[in-house]
Write a protein that binds this ligand. Structure first.
Ligand SMILES: Nc1ncnc2c1ncn2[C@@H]1O[C@H](COP(=O)(O)OP(=O)(O)OP(=O)(O)O)[C@@H](O)[C@H]1O
Ligand SMILES: [Mg+2]
Length: 511
């Protein structure tokens, strides 16, 4: 990007704390002059740490921070034209609004070229005159809409008004960049909404750069020019709110940036993707048989009468939301969140479809086999899918440390003696790629399938094996098979990793 348009550049900024914890990892970002940029991510992802480095309160372990093209990495905070509104703002409770805002200005010393006692040129410092301070405070209070409150005690102000004072205190110094660290987190919902609009308006009036931090995706979407989605100290995606919402680069961003349906899927043809047991046309081109993630926003699920859509579904829950209904549909055991102005009843059979352009197909980093449609039969097996075609003997006690199975088949907590009935419990099942064993002898596995793809990846083959019920297993193995071979699939008990999709307490047995 053109250096002239950038006000701040973070160049491979890295922050490792004394204890070895990496809070910010290779953060590389250019921020344009006048932009409203939001750092968005869950608690602990490094948002505040990043702001503190921009403000100069904390130094990067490596990397550079540039302001207007100049390296300010090691410049002390008071020399940076940057002001911060903190997560937990602190006003002086014993001072009125005017004094709170004027506080920094009264202590400010402005350099000017004067003369020493011998008449030689010397840089001298002077205070701002009371008239100048008055003028600046009045201007700042006007921007935050508190013109008539100069004499009010800050303790008598509402939360939103106090927050405005904190903002006025930061902008009165006329910074080039204003950093705002979750400034609205202490306010109630209604007040937050109002303040969001007002902050936007202040940004417009001031014309300076705002770097805003929040973990609230709605706030980020409604306020920002650019959103930076963060995870574990790293940037996941940078883009406009529309771009991030409509074209998330991975399942993490999609999930974080709003309600969405995310499914494991497989490319089954030229711009055709299979998920939820149906084949959908899509616009993204991925190689045949590639494992992908798809995201479908609830508002993009189209509901039809049975048989008219691509897959059949059943209404499982219905909530009236004012201008429309929000539904959870079930396709087998998989849930589909959707919205419609039409009324359907719980239990009603429908069918659904999604326009090709509304199916976001994303590259999946395949690190293990993952089955979100697994469940326990209560007899010691984990089943994948509806058909019961794929059933592996599993160790239920792995779900709870120090548990055992009693004579009734219940899981018993050794510490509390509480019992759990895990029959029909929904499971997320994962199997490492190198733990899927393929056998020629079809009697040797728990299920069987046909090899549909084979790739040599350096020192072993990676096969995709598809069962009759169209579940796929990816297997890493050194042994050679051919596409089209029928094989048995075996997974040892200890390599089936189970996790419950609901709280264990859901399954407690009342006695
Ligand atoms: N001085 C420190 N020493 C060690 N670890 C720290 C230090 N300061 C922060 N961390 C850790 O760095 C990570 C990022 O912290 P940071 O405050 O930047 O998160 P955040 O994204 O602002 O979260 P929140 O939304 O909760 O404010 C956290 O795991 C935090 O515990
Ligand atoms: Mg923080």
């Amino acid at each position: 990007m053109d250096a002239d348009t950038l006000i701040i550049s973070l160049e491979h900024v890295h922050k490792e704390f004394e204890d070895g914890f990496v809070a910010v990892d290779d953060f590389h970002l250019g921020i344009k002059r006048g932009e409203f940029v939001t750092l968005l991510g869950p608690s602990g992802c490094g948002k505040t740490t990043t702001l503190r480095m921009i403000a100069g309160f904390s130094l990067p372990s490596s990397g550079k921070i540039l302001l207007n093209g100049e390296d300010i990495t090691n410049l002390p905070p008071y020399k940076r034209p940057v002001n911060t509104v903190f997560q937990h703002y602190a006003l002086f409770p014993n001072l009125d609004v005017y004094e709170n805002v004027a506080f920094g200005l009264k202590n400010k010393r402005i350099p000017y070229e004067g003369k020493d006692w011998r008449g030689r040129p010397k840089t001298k410092y002077k205070r701002l005159s009371p008239e100048v301070i008055d003028e600046k405070v009045a201007k700042a209070l006007k921007i935050v809409d508190l013109e008539d409150m100069e004499d009010r005690d800050v303790a008598s102000l509402s939360g939103g008004q106090q927050q405005r004072v904190a903002i006025a205190r930061a902008i009165v110094n006329e910074p080039q960049v204003l950093l705002l660290d979750e400034p609205l987190s202490a306010l109630d919902r209604k007040m937050r909404k109002d303040m969001q609009l007002e902050l936007k308006e202040m940004h417009r009036k001031l014309g300076i750069t705002f770097i805003y931090v929040t973990h609230d995706q709605e706030e980020a979407l409604s306020m920002s020019d650019t959103i930076v989605v963060m995870k574990d100290g790293a940037i996941m995606q940078v883009g406009s709110p529309e771009k991030i919402y409509n074209e998330p680069v991975n399942a993490y961003v999609a999930d974080f940036i709003g309600e969405s349906n995310i499914y494991n899927a497989t490319m089954v043809g030229d711009k055709k993707v299979r998920f939820l047991g149906g084949v959908f046309p899509c616009v993204d081109d991925f190689p045949l048989n590639e494992k992908v993630d798809v995201v479908v926003r609830p508002e993009d699920v189209l509901i039809f009468e049975p048989g008219k859509g691509i897959i059949d579904a059943k209404v499982s829950s219905k909530v009236f939301k004012g201008e429309m209904y929000q539904y959870v549909l079930l396709v087998g055991k998989a849930e589909v969140l959707c919205r419609s102005t039409e009324s359907y009843e719980i239990g009603e059979k429908v069918s659904i479809s999604v326009l090709a352009k509304n199916i976001q197909v994303m590259h999946k980093e395949l690190t293990e086999n993952e089955y979100m449609n697994a469940w326990l039969d209560g007899k010691g097996n984990v089943i994948i899918g509806e058909e019961e075609e794929i059933s592996f003997p599993a160790d239920y006690t792995a779900l709870l440390k120090g548990s055992h199975i009693d004579e009734d088949g219940y899981l018993v907590d050794a510490k509390t003696n509480k019992k759990y009935d895990l029959k029909d419990a929904d499971i997320r099942l994962t199997i490492p790629l190198d733990k899927v064993e393929l056998e020629d002898d079809l009697s040797k596995g728990e299920c069987r399938g046909v090899i549909i793809s084979s790739v040599w990846v350096g020192d072993h083959y990676q096969y995709m094996v598809r069962t009759e019920g169209e579940e796929d297993f990816v297997a890493d193995t050194p042994y050679a098979w051919n596409i089209g071979d029928e094989v048995a699939i075996h997974v040892a008990k200890e390599n089936l990793h189970l996790s419950l999709r609901k709280e264990l307490s859901t399954y407690a047995v009342e006695e």
